[in-house]
Design a binder for this molecule. Structure first.
Ligand code: GLV
Ligand code: MN
Ligand code: MN
Length: 439
């Protein structure tokens, strides 16, 4: 079949069925279609979802917990069966390698993460991880050996500050390792719990030029693709993320005997602060976001005026300068609230922040062209979520492929993507890797 005919036919096929990739020239007989197994991807998403469901029935595969450890073991077992011979690096990242024909070439890396936020969803990270494995299996089943070595990477603790990928690019500090993770363990303890070695964390560092390219498939986590009825998002940039622990100190006193004008109510000040964050972030044009997503009140009783409140503040944007500018405004508002409520408000910037990153322009074009060849509609877009790819972008040409998230819901058990959209993304990842392999 001539190339032009094949592209047209493949596009029509894709529009009709949604999941088939184009014909493959490499090692494949003309006329056969190389495509991922949509059912296998979906059934593995459901299988992995069983790991980390806690006694209350909540999705709790939080990094370094029992569910994470069991889910990782299950994943590594599948990697072994696929011939990937997985190892765990010093940061707890799972790494599976597949030899290429030309060992002098640098590997093409792809993968994602399988840990989740507390009460998280079953697609965030798992889609890219399971699809990476799927690609290895499709290549195995079709006896295809790429020129470049391939490397599947499942990063450790993505949700708690992209710890594994930060470590891989040498951006973990001692303070970062001492930070408490959501599991209750410090990052260092957690890394040990998943088989890493925090005392020798530098041994996992990869340098510029160590990868030919890096590609991560992920759910969009927002509602743009679904609303615009677009099948594929080509990610142009990934936001920076900074966290602050905010402590509001008032005075705990009798809630009945203390008149309203004699109180130093830390929770009242914290409430004004939360509103101020929202106002500051909304006061300038752009796509920046700011959230207070954590709150702890002390002592926490009906009849005691709150004496202390600890808040978690997060700001995200594609511009690091804008994040700083917004924070300075928030600090000013906090000073005014503090004076008004006779409380003290202090900020502790948290380690493990993420810098904004742009993806590689040429890789974006490769993904877009591969998507078009598969007949998919595409949109160039930003990622408002953080990803391991933003760190890998500092050492390799890196890019991301998004597929629609139904109703734009993520970091929630209601997170969902269709089997067709997942297979579209995985087929695109497969074709992108094969295209990159020919470079
Ligand atoms: C990770 O999913 C994040 O954006 O926080
Ligand atoms: Mn993710
Ligand atoms: Mn996430």
């Amino acid at each position: 079949m001539q190339r032009r005919n094949f592209i047209q036919q493949s596009s029509l096929t894709v529009i009709g069925l949604g999941v088939f990739g184009p014909l493959l020239s490499n090692n494949k007989k003309a006329g056969t279609v190389l495509s991922v197994n949509s059912k296998r991807i979906e059934s593995r998403i459901f299988e992995l979802a069983k790991f980390g469901v806690d006694e209350k029935g909540r999705n709790y595969r939080v990094a370094y917990t029992k569910g994470d450890i069991e889910g990782r073991a299950w994943f590594m077992d599948l990697m072994k069966k696929a011939g990937l011979d997985p190892t765990i690096d010093a940061a707890g990242n799972i790494i599976g390698k597949r030899k290429g024909k030309n060992p002098s070439l640098k590997p093409i890396g792809f993968g994602s993460h399988i840990d989740m936020v507390p009460e998280g969803g079953n697609y965030d990270g798992t889609l890219g991880s399971i699809s990476a494995l799927e690609i290895i299996e499709v290549l195995n089943e079709n006896n295809i050996v790429t020129e470049h070595p391939l490397e599947v990477i499942i990063f450790g603790n993505e949700e708690g500050g992209t710890i594994g990928s930060k470590a891989m690019v040498g951006e973990i500090t001692n303070d970062g390792l001492k930070q408490k993770s959501q599991s209750g363990l410090t990052m260092a303890e957690g890394i040990k719990a998943i088989g890493g070695n925090p005392d020798n964390i530098q041994s996992c560092i990869r340098k510029k030029g160590d990868f030919h390219a890096w590609v991560e498939l992920h759910i969009e986590q927002g509602g743009i693709l679904e609303r615009e009825k677009i099948q594929i998002g080509v990610v142009e940039g990934i936001v920076g993320i900074v966290h602050w622990e905010v402590t509001v100190e008032g005075f705990a006193n009798h809630a009945g005997a203390t008149p309203m004008n004699m109180r130093q109510d830390a929770l009242l000040a914290a409430s004004k602060f939360i509103i101020a964050v929202n106002e500051v972030v909304n006061s300038v044009k752009g796509t920046q976001v700011g959230t207070v997503g954590k709150i702890a009140v002390q002592p926490g009783a009906y009849n005691v005026i709150p004496g202390k409140v600890i808040l978690g503040l997060e700001i995200r944007d594609l511009s690091a300068q804008k994040i700083e500018m917004l924070f300075r405004e928030i600090e000013k508002r906090a000073a005014a609230i503090s004076a008004d409520t006779k409380t003290k408000i202090s900020f502790e910037r948290q380690p493990n922040e993420s810098k904004p990153a742009l993806t590689d322009k040429k890789l974006q074009q490769t993904i877009n062209a591969s998507a078009k060849a598969l007949g998919f509609t595409t949109k160039f877009m930003q990622s408002g979520a953080g990803h391991d790819s933003q760190h890998i972008a500092s050492i390799a040409p890196a890019a991301m492929i998004f597929i629609p998230s139904i109703d734009g819901i993520s970091h929630s058990p209601k997170e969902f993507s269709t089997a067709t959209d997942m297979a579209n993304g995985a087929n695109l990842l497969l074709q992108t890797i094969l295209k990159l392999d020919k470079e």
